[in-house]
Design a protein around this ligand. Structure first.
Ligand code: GLU
Length: 415
């Protein structure tokens, strides 16, 4: 059985793209290896006065097309290899949607749920200070990911700004509006997920309003994706979070569910729905499955239980290499993460452009430009897939990897 770790998955995907593109071993090695990695100790003064020593990372996988770009993750599962995988996916993602960035990712091994807001602020500021030498609006720009949010980005931006002595809004994206955030950023990833889901369904002549859907993960990506699917007329029959899932064959009442989650912090216990677990959700008889939680949930075993016709990856790396093969063999159409969840980084790019110009766009301008980018990227991927008989994942990887290699070759190898 193949290694299901995120890094093994990311490396196997790159190897497939390199094979299709016929690149040399040297080019393969260069694309597989992070350009720069920083690991830092992050000592935290706990509220009780004790010291907890945490570990943090920032990996710049590739910066050939522009500054590093990618989220900052706070989770007890974070390690250097996971950050390496996530950074590599950011490189291909930015290239697929053609935003002028390389790929990067950061993480701190910490469970945010067991730390106070004050502790999270101190961790964020110390981590930011430690990685100061390699970040900045022209070097590497952070955004939220699992376990971090707008407030985290405000603390990063403030720490960086105070250290350089002036305000630098463009050092992070996904900031609050009050400090130079962008309209539409908070829901951008989910909007993009639904845009590409609609495009993939349209290729089969199926409108979103005629499908049933299940969404795994009810965080920044999954919750809004479920709402947008519901607004587009899809029947969202199941959702889940880390505590469990809920199912209603008639379709969940999303506005009421959102109020329940706001009040209780979980989808569990929503009165007019049946309780299910996460494994059951993945195996439901629905048209569309949106894994929007963590890596590796669709492996060889769980992929074999999927009955959806379309899988649209809201999470990064939800499908392992073995899981991917099982889905492809069973005719399931997978819209891959580096395309499906790229809406977030697209609006991050818009936020950075706005901050650099100190001129902010309207929400209508943001959503129009986001939809155009997502549709353009989807069409290019789908066309290549059709032309060369590739899966959508391989086509997206080929486009992303080729753009990065082209940038590298055009610049030339120094010295
Ligand atoms: N963490 C998000 C992702 O994985 C956003 C990255 C960004 O906007 O820089 O795509």
């Amino acid at each position: 059985m193949s290694d299901p770790s995120p890094l093994a998955t990311a490396r196997a995907q790159l190897a497939t793209a390199v094979d299709i593109l016929g690149f040399s071993d040297g080019m393969h090695q260069m694309l597989a290896t992070p350009r720069r990695e920083m690991r830092v100790a992050v000592p935290l003064r706990r509220d009780d006065g004790g010291i907890e020593l945490l570990h943090g990372y920032r990996v710049q996988h590739n910066i050939s097309r522009g500054p590093g770009k990618g989220g900052l993750r706070y989770s007890s599962h974070v390690d250097l290899d996971e950050v390496r995988a996530l950074a590599m996916w950011m490189t291909w993602k930015c290239a697929v949607v053609d935003v002028p960035y390389g790929g990067a990712k950061g993480g701190v091994t910490i469970d945010p749920a067991t730390h106070s807001k004050g502790e999270l602020e101190r961790v964020t500021r110390r981590y930011t200070s430690e990685i100061m030498p390699i970040i900045g609006p022209e070097r590497d720009i952070m955004a939220p990911d699992i376990g971090t949010d707008e407030q985290t980005m405000a603390w990063v931006m403030d720490t960086f700004s105070v250290n350089v002595g002036y305000t630098v809004p463009a050092v992070t994206t996904g900031k609050p509006l009050a400090v130079g955030g962008s309209l539409g950023r908070a829901t951008a990833t989910s909007r993009g997920v639904v845009d590409v889901a609609a495009a993939a369904l349209a290729d089969a002549g199926v409108p979103l309003s005629q499908v049933s859907a299940a969404v795994q993960g009810f965080g920044k990506v999954g919750s809004h994706a479920a709402v947008f699917l519901h607004q587009a007329g899809a029947r969202v029959v199941a959702v889940s979070d880390e505590h469990g899932g809920i199912y209603d064959e008639q379709g969940l009442d999303m506005p009421r569910l959102m109020r329940h989650v706001a009040a209780t912090g979980t989808v569990v216990g929503f009165d007019d729905a049946e309780s299910i677990d996460n494994a059951t959700l993945l195996a439901l008889e629905v048209d569309l499955l949106v894994p929007a939680a963590v890596e590796g949930v669709l492996d060889e075993r769980t992929a074999a239980t999927v009955r959806a016709r379309w899988v649209v990856e809201g999470a990064n790396g939800p499908t392992t290499t073995a899981g991917d093969k099982v889905l492809a063999d069973r005719g399931v159409i997978v819209v891959p993460d580096i395309l499906a969840n790229a809406g977030g980084v697209v609006v991050s790019y818009f936020e950075w452009v706005q901050a650099n110009q100190a001129y902010w766009w309207t929400e209508a301008e943001i959503s129009e430009r986001l939809e155009l980018r997502m549709r353009t990227a989807y069409n290019a991927v789908a066309e290549l897939a059709r032309r060369d008989g590739l899966t959508l994942r391989d086509a997206a990887l080929v486009i992303g990897v080729r753009r990065v290699a082209q940038a590298h070759e055009t610049r030339g190898l120094y010295p």
